[in-house]
Design a protein around this ligand. Structure first.
Ligand code: SF4
Length: 362
């Protein structure tokens, strides 16, 4: 598609997004449980694949529970929803059930999961809003090459099964690994086939020691082309678009192309800095109302309540809604009570470090 058509599609996509989702753009971030994935044949683009052989004790590559819960709490404070709970393959179902329950309780809302192939029979679904399948690319040959350990058919089967359990579903797609424009049609067919509620796009962030290390990223226009075509074909779909610190100027164009949410930031190192403010400026420049903050140090320090937060506004539109219908066991409530001081200390440490960094930019 030529560049003029991409811009024209984006203008239509921007207007359609407003019609079906209102005038908001939110910020989200995946919550990682750890840095080890036990998938035998790991994905060729993934940072964790470069760490696998270096990690001799996988359990030590997991984050401490208080650290995970502290991050979940701060995200709520600054008005960011969790994009999903993620962390590679290898967690026992009992561990996941407990962690999901506690994260949902701290956040006050149900969560999406991106944790490989889910065993629906064993997973406690009471605090789960939806399941994300890490599709990564819809091009079958490319998929076989870059994700040899997670066949597409298994992911699709899981997503279809999730619907039987009344769960919402989504997929992740990475652009820049070698897909072509013809693959957009395959993506549109997959959204239809799986009846998806949301999609997350990422622009490949080439990782050191992977086959993509020296590759360039996808262009902003190509990214807009994928997002706008999905938006025009699926007006109600929630579209989450990932960026990175070296690509922040693509945020405005991605919002214009139909994105509801912007994701994939190193939150604590850039909150309140010129990078965090650039994210806000990019979103504000499109005329959309930003949900959440990426710069307000008083909000981060709980000195003031954030009003433009999805947790406060409770926007009825599905793309920004908070689903509060939760359950937590007595056992996990007691665990949280025991960890109260540790979580508070961890929050304090994150906030202090982030504030100190942000003060340099005042
Ligand atoms: S399954 Fe996920 S965490 Fe594991 S190697 Fe692939 S992308 Fe990385």
């Amino acid at each position: 598609m030529n560049s003029i058509d991409i811009f024209e599609n984006s203008i239509k996509a921007y207007k359609i997004t407003e019609k079906y989702h209102g005038n908001y753009v939110g910020l989200e971030r995946a919550l990682f449980l750890g840095w080890y994935c036990e998938l035998e044949n790991p994905c060729k683009f993934c940072y964790m694949s470069t760490q696998k052989d270096k990690i001799k004790e996988p359990l030590k590559a997991r984050r401490k529970l208080e650290t995970i819960l502290a991050e979940a709490s701060i995200m709520k404070r600054i008005g960011w929803k969790l994009e999903f709970i993620s962390g590679g393959y290898g967690y026992k179902i009992e561990e996941l059930n407990d962690m999901i329950e506690m994260i949902a309780h701290i956040q006050g809302c149900k969560q999406y999961l991106n944790l490989g192939i889910i065993d629906f029979e064993k997973l406690n679904l009471n605090n789960v809003e939806g399941i994300v399948g890490a599709v990564e690319t819809v091009n079958p040959e490319l998929h076989q090459k870059v994700c040899p350990g997670k066949p597409l058919e298994n992911t699709k089967e899981m997503l279809l099964k999730a619907k039987d359990y009344d769960l919402k579903t989504g997929i992740t797609i990475i652009l820049g690994m070698g897909e072509t424009e013809d693959d957009i049609e395959k993506l549109l067919q997959m959204i239809e086939e799986l009846d998806l509620n949301r999609i997350t796009f990422y622009s490949l962030n080439p990782q050191k020691d992977t086959i993509f290390e020296h590759k360039t990223s996808t262009t902003t226009l190509n990214y807009m082309n994928w997002v706008s075509q999905v938006r025009l074909n699926y007006p109600k779909l929630k579209i989450i678009s990932g960026t990175w610190v070296d690509k922040l100027p693509n945020i405005g164009p991605l919002v214009m192309a139909g994105s509801n949410i912007i994701t994939k930031f190193p939150l604590f190192s850039i909150y309140g800095t010129k990078y965090g403010k650039t994210v806000e400026n990019e979103i504000n420049s499109t005329g959309r109302e930003l949900l959440g903050s990426f710069s307000d140090v008083d909000v981060l320090n709980s000195k003031k309540e954030l009003l433009n937060s999805p947790y406060v506004k409770n926007i009825p539109n599905e793309s920004y809604r908070i689903n509060k219908n939760l359950e937590i066991s007595e056992k996990n409530l007691a665990v949280l009570k025991d960890m109260d001081v540790n979580i508070a200390n961890k929050i304090d440490s994150y906030v202090k470090k982030t504030t100190k960094n942000a003060m340099k930019y005042l």
